[in-house]
Design a protein around this ligand. Structure first.
Ligand code: NAD
Ligand code: LMR
Length: 338
């Protein structure tokens, strides 16, 4: 996991790996997530070039971040096909947090009408200019924007399911933090597998596989609910000013760092992500989030859900219903609005 403070061993490791060129592009870089995410990427020595694009303010954010005294080159691009092309060309990783966030009372699916076309158009540009990059979709509703991206790449004949990820890292970050608050432990030692999708009941934490399978009854129900609706907690607290940005930036930068580490040969790097998956395909869910081992090729291995209890089986059954609808909606959107 990438952390801002580096041990001597990590610095030695970074100085070797930083010899490789890794261009990382952020589309939506001037937004609430985009800015802190770009800053965290500037602090990561594995990133040698950072390309920041936004329809508003990309060059300004890039100029600001470029003064941070780490080695990577930072470039900023404003709206237009030429800027987008230049931002994308040669990218190893493209992160997409472009789009509108929720306000209180909205579901992530309520963002579909605005964000579906934003993601579709950015996916078209990525398919044209960086077809081999790892694509990390942050824009909501992730359960639908990932299938949208897949359909766009398929229509252009460049789809590689091993390179497309819906970012669900924030769900495991939250689960780890919330469980540590209950147990009074260090979250660094708390790993909770979260599977399914990224909205409400499609977010399924597997507490039976955590360090604390003993959490049961009302405490378990409240914890599961908090993990599933952690996003709403932030939306309500921000009271109309958007949704999670800082914790999301942390989660996005962790996911990007994991991919860079795996690309540079580190073995056993595993993150959850919403990817094309065989696990529940026969139940209408062509995409599903589970633990994914990463490699230089992107997805190296999709881990099965593993042993779960009856309660968790019920959670997954509920998740699959919503998930199948969200996925179908994304695919249908591209068919009707190519
Ligand atoms: P924001 O409004 O602060 O920022 C969005 C940015 O996208 C803006 O700077 C805007 O100019 C830019 N943008 C819009 N259309 C664009 C386009 N066509 N090309 C390039 N840039 C474009 O919003 P935010 O708080 O940063 O959230 C962004 C998205 O991330 C939302 O959809 C939100 O729901 C989602 N999100 C996802 C997760 C997750 O876990 N996956 C977590 C938090 C937020
Ligand atoms: C989150 O989980 O915080 C994001 O998906 C943003 C949101 O709308 O809740």
């Amino acid at each position: 996991m990438f952390r801002p403070a580096f041990s001597a061993a990590q610095r030695r490791c970074f100085s070797v790996s930083a010899q490789q060129n890794s261009k990382v592009t952020v589309l939506g870089a001037a937004g609430g997530i985009g800015q802190p995410l770009s800053l965290l990427l500037k602090l990561n020595p594995r990133v040698t070039e950072l390309a920041l694009y936004d329809i508003r303010g990309g060059p300004g954010v890039a100029a600001d971040i470029s003064h941070v005294n780490t080695k990577s080159k930072v470039t900023g691009y404003s709206v237009g096909p030429e800027g987008l092309k230049a931002a994308l060309e040669g990218a190893e990783i493209v992160l997409i947090p472009a789009g509108v966030p929720r306000k209180p009372g909205m579901t992530r699916d309520d963002l579909f009408n605005t964000n579906a076309s934003i993601v579709r158009d950015l996916a078209k540009a990525a398919a044209d200019h960086s077809p081999n990059a790892n694509l990390l979709i942050i824009s909501n509703p992730v359960n639908s924007t990932v299938p949208i991206t897949a359909e766009v790449f398929k229509s252009k004949g460049v789809y590689n399911p091993k390179r497309l990820f819906g970012v669900t890292t924030l769900d495991v970050v939250r689960a780890s933090r919330f469980i540590s608050e209950i147990k009074g432990t260090d979250p660094a030692n708390e790993e909770v597998t979260v599977v399914g999708g990224h909205s409400g009941v499609t977010i399924v934490p597997l507490l039976s596989q955590s360090n604390h399978p003993d959490i049961t009854g009302e405490t378990r129900d409240a914890l599961v609910n908090r993990i599933q609706f952690g996003g709403d907690e932030v939306v309500q607290a921000k009271d109309g000013a958007g949704s999670a940005t800082l914790s999301m930036a942390y989660a996005g930068s962790r996911m990007a760092d994991s991919l860079l580490r795996a690309a540079q040969g580190e073995q056993g790097v595993t993150e959850p992500a919403f990817v094309e998956s065989p696990l529940y395909k026969d139940q209408g869910c062509e995409f599903f989030s589970s633990r994914i081992e990463l490699g230089p090729e992107g997805v190296k291995k999709i881990h099965p859900v593993g042993k779960i209890n009856e309660y968790e089986e019920g959670l997954i059954a509920a998740a699959l219903k919503d998930l199948a609808k969200n996925i179908a909606k994304g695919k249908e959107f591209v068919k009707s609005n190519p």
